[in-house]
Every structure is written in structure tokens, then in C-alpha cells.
Design a protein around this ligand. Structure first.
Ligand code: 13P
Length: 255
């Protein structure tokens, strides 16, 4: 089954509002022509509203980088799925390794957030991935399967089907050291098998699994043409429209 590629730019804690608007305009102009793939940008919270306005009537979709699971409440400094929906977001990144590493995000929180996002008709981009230490200890699959199982624990098959999983090996993030296409494909295929076991083959077949970690124009095509890699979650290279657009156009770059 052909899955529709999904390429997302995670701008992390970068860019002013003016810089975000400039980048959003360029991404809109360079990436709107691709009708056979989804293009998503995840600006910092401070730029979300402005970027949403800038992308109005374009095919580029909007993601937040994090959320709380509650719809509202006394949670100072947090943002709810309801508020993100109101803002025009379609996707929310959850469980990014930077949140797990620096802010104590747990599997339990990820599970609640993913559940809540589906309740609010938002697509979770669920990040999972092992550290270098865990890979070297041979624990990659047990780490990834524990994280995945928790994230999907409260979902029905139909909800899992429309979720996006992002496999981001922590050692490849921001290091310039991407997983080789074979290393990434191996884990992606294993993730799909886990989803088939938890739900069924049709759900596993439908779920889109992005690769993230030092994706650049130079390595995008060979990663994104692996059978179980359905897109990319791009950090550094998404901050320049030229490199992001070249990643989005990985198929054309191959030609
Ligand atoms: P880099 O592309 O900068 O390695 O970041 C990847 C990432 O963390 C995307 O969420």
C-alpha cells in the first residue's frame, strides 16, 4: 500500500515572529506545489498564530511542538489541545526526545497527550528513539517498543491508523550523524511489526512512520525511499527554506 509521505519541519526554540513569517512564506511558495505529500511546519509557540495566518489557503499544515493533555485548567505555562485546535493546528509533536531528556516527559504523559489529541481531532506526531548508550547496549528495540506501546496504549485501531510515528534516534539529532538508511529501515520495519501485533496488519500498513535525526537534502532521498520510511521530521535543515524544500522534493531530487 502506498502511504502518503509526510515531511515536517520542527523549528524548535528558534526564530522571532518576523523570521518565522519570512520562513513560512518561503516554505509556502516552494512547497505548495506538491500535492502527493503532506508538508507540515512546527513553529515555536510564539509564532504559531502569525504563521497560521500566513499559511491560510495554502497546503502547508501547522503543528505545535508540545501540549498538555487537559482541555483546560490550572496548569500555568501549559497549552491545551483545545487551544491549539483553536489556533488552527492540525498536528502536535509529542514525546520529542528533548522533552523526555530535559523536561522529564514520561511515557505516561505521552500516552495521555496522544489520547487527548485524538479526542480533539488533532494528529499526534509521536516521537520515539533510543540514546547512543542504549543502542550500544543492544537495547534499541526494547526502548522503542516500550515507548511505542505506551504511546498507543489508549488508542483504538482507527486512531492508531491516523497517528504519525517519528523514529528519531537521539544520537542522530543535531549531531550531523544520521542513521544509515539500512539502520533506519530496520527499526521502522520493526515498529510496523509491533503495530501489527498490537492492532492488525491493516493498521500497521496505514501508519506513517517518519525518520528524524540529521535529515539533510543530501541524505533525504535515500532515507525516504526505504520501504518503511514514510517521511521525515526535520530539525536544523527545516530552518532554511532551500534545504527544507529540497528535502520535501526528495522524489524530484532523485530524478
Ligand atoms: P535535526 O534534524 O536538527 O537533527 O533534528 C531532528 C529533530 O529533532 C526533529 O524533531
Amino acid at each position: 500500500m502506498a502511504r502518503r509521505p509526510i515531511i515536517a519541519g520542527n523549528w524548535k526554540m528558534h526564530l522571532s515572529i518576523a523570521e518565522s513569517l519570512a520562513l513560512a512564506s518561503e516554505v509556502r511558495d516552494r512547497c505548495s506545489r506538491f500535492r502527493d505529500r503532506d508538508v507540515v511546519v512546527a513553529p515555536p509557540l510564539t509564532s504559531l498564530y502569525a504563521v497560521k495566518e500566513r499559511l491560510a489557503d495554502s497546503r502547508i499544515q501547522l503543528a505545535a511542538q508540545n501540549c498538555h493533555w487537559a482541555a483546560q485548567g490550572a496548569y500555568t505555562g501549559e497549552v491545551s489541545p483545545t487551544q491549539l485546535k483553536d489556533l488552527g493546528c492540525t498536528h502536535v509533536i509529542v514525546g520529542h526526545s528533548e522533552r523526555r531528556q530535559y523536561f522529564g516527559e514520561t511515557d505516561e504523559w505521552v500516552s495521555r497527550k496522544v489520547r487527548s489529541l485524538h479526542d480533539h481531532d488533532l494528529v499526534p506526531i509521536i516521537c520515539i528513539g533510543e540514546t547512543l548508550e542504549q543502542r550500544e547496549a543492544g537495547d534499541t528495540m526494547s526502548v522503542v517498543s516500550t515507548q511505542l506501546e505506551a504511546a498507543l496504549a489508549a488508542l483504538s485501531g482507527d486512531e492508531a491508523r491516523t497517528s504519525v510515528v517519528a523514529y528519531e534516534p537521539v544520537w542522530a539529532i543535531g549531531t550531523g550523524r544520521n542513521a544509515t538508511p539500512a539502520q533506519a529501515q530496520e527499526v521502522h520495519a520493526a515498529i510496523r511489526r509491533l503495530i501489527a501485533k498490537r492492532f492488525d496488519a491493516s493498521v500497521a500498513d496505514a501508519v506513517r512512520i517518519q525518520y528524524g535525526g540529521s535529515v539533510k537534502p543530501e541524505n533525504a532521498a535515500e532515507l525516504l525511499t526505504q520501504p518503511d520510511i514514510d517521511g521525515a521530521l526535520v530539525g536544523g535543515a527545516s530552518l532554511k527554506s532551500d534545504s527544507f524544500a529540497r528535502i520535501v522534493s526528495f522524489r524530484e531530487e532523485l530524478a
